[in-house]
Design a protein around this ligand. Structure first.
Ligand SMILES: Cc1cc2nc3c(=O)[nH]c(=O)nc-3n(C[C@H](O)[C@H](O)[C@H](O)COP(=O)(O)O)c2cc1C
Length: 382
């Protein structure tokens, strides 16, 4: 009996040591086949919160990949060591920025942040569509509010200047003035941000997407730019748009963002979709909310291509939506994105995915004869 117990103990400890080593060394197969399926035993929101906590405590793979010069790029006068960033919604409350940098992201976007703290929609509000490699969420801007995020950003900036961090701004559900909410965001958080995002495309706040309409958008941008121009740091302002816009909507947005009165510094394309492609297999497909992941890939890339054309390639675009591989990232770059973000694929594949994407991207641009990613931006249009 004693021997059996010792053997059991040795096997258990051996497996635990192996698992810890595999996890901390960032072994992609181990993440894909063992660790991430364990995470998926938890409900989607618990897994999300746990993932953020682990990153905020610095529990990250110790093996790092040195970004090659081919992936370095310069946008808005900032140098990105690689073009792959984490999309808004993962680190909503600015808790895990250092961990996210350590797992290899070239930039981080925190938020969306609302002026006042708010709880968001009732749970459950995040759903994994595993067969579709997709997620539906209706978080509804759960946020700790501007002052808490401002305090965290202040501390973070005192400790490290290395990371590029964008801040994504939202509005409170019960606010009577969207313009005031975004202006408050600029005033409170702008000086901590490498760029600011005016998020007018989340589908889970009533009336938010209507701010993409021509008149409303122009009024909003004029006020946001005025607030931005009175800041010391004057960060670039980007507008994040939906993938569900009509051709007229897109033309209107292009007209507004190119108009000298309301000219912004970039676009983020795209947010989640309210559409439900017929290819979806999961039973959860009819949950209300925004769909992200694989089914959004082409919808988002096509929107990038169209907006790049409508804006004559004159505005930097961050391409986001269903990026799961170097190929997906490269497609968005060729369609016109200067930078790329992802979220959902990381929830399925874990942090090693970032290194895989970067290695593949490096290979792909070399195969096409480009020296660096900047040369490949918008290549579909040449
Ligand atoms: C759970 C979840 C929460 C999100 N929250 C936000 C948010 O607060 N603000 C925002 O602009 N986008 C948010 N997004 C959208 C993502 O930033 C991204 O635009 C979208 O998911 C497409 O990228 P992906 O397919 O790589 O996830 C969220 C996405 C998910 C999956």
């Amino acid at each position: 009996m004693g021997k059996l117990r010792s053997a059991g103990l040795i096997i258990t400890s051996g497996s635990a040591i192996f698992a810890s080593y595999a996890a901390l060394s960032g072994n992609q197969k181990f993440y894909k086949q063992c660790l991430m399926p364990c995470f998926q035993l938890l409900d989607a929101e618990t897994a999300h919160v746990l993932g953020v906590k682990m990153l905020s405590f610095g529990i990250v793979p110790f093996k790092t990949y040195q970004d090659p010069p081919s992936l370095t790029t310069s946008v808005w006068g900032r140098t990105f060591s690689n073009p792959i960033g984490v999309a808004a919604g993962f680190d909503k409350h600015a808790e895990a920025m250092e961990g996210l940098r350590k797992i290899g992201f070239g930039f981080i976007e925190v938020g969306s942040v609302t002026p006042l703290p708010q709880l968001g929609n009732p749970k459950p509000r995040v759903f994994r569509l595993t067969e579709d490699e997709a997620v539906i969420n209706r978080y509804g801007f759960n946020s700790v509010g501007h002052p808490v995020v401002a305090e965290r950003m202040k501390k973070f900036r005192q400790k490290t200047e290395k990371s590029i961090v964008g801040i994504n701004l939202g509005k409170n559900k019960t606010s009577t003035s969207a313009v005031d909410d975004y202006v408050l965001g600029v005033e409170c958080l702008g000086d901590f941000a490498d760029y600011l995002v005016v998020n007018v495309s989340s589908p889970n706040t009533p009336g938010l997407r209507e701010l993409q309409g021509k008149k409303q958008l122009q009024e909003l941008i004029i006020n946001v730019l005025k607030a931005r121009d009175s800041l010391l740091s004057k960060p670039p302002v980007l507008i994040k748009i939906a993938p569900d816009l009509t051709s007229k909507d897109k033309k209107d947005i292009a007209d507004v963002v190119l108009d000298p009165k309301s000219r912004v510094d970039g676009l983020i394309i795209s947010n989640t979709t309210i559409s439900r492609p017929s290819s979806l297999k999961s039973q959860l497909k009819s949950e209300t909310g925004g769909l992200s992941g694989k089914p959004v890939t082409d919808l988002s890339t096509d929107t990038i291509r169209e907006m790049y054309k409508l804006t004559n390639g004159s505005l930097p675009i961050i391409g986001v939506g269903g990026v799961r591989s170097g190929h997906d990232a490269y497609d968005k770059i060729k369609a016109g994105a200067s930078l790329v973000q992802l979220y959902t694929a990381m929830a399925f594949m874990g942090p090693p995915l970032i290194t895989t994407i970067k290695k593949d991207l490096h290979k792909l641009i070399r195969e096409d004869g480009f020296k660096n990613i900047t040369e490949a931006v918008g290549n579909d249009h040449r």
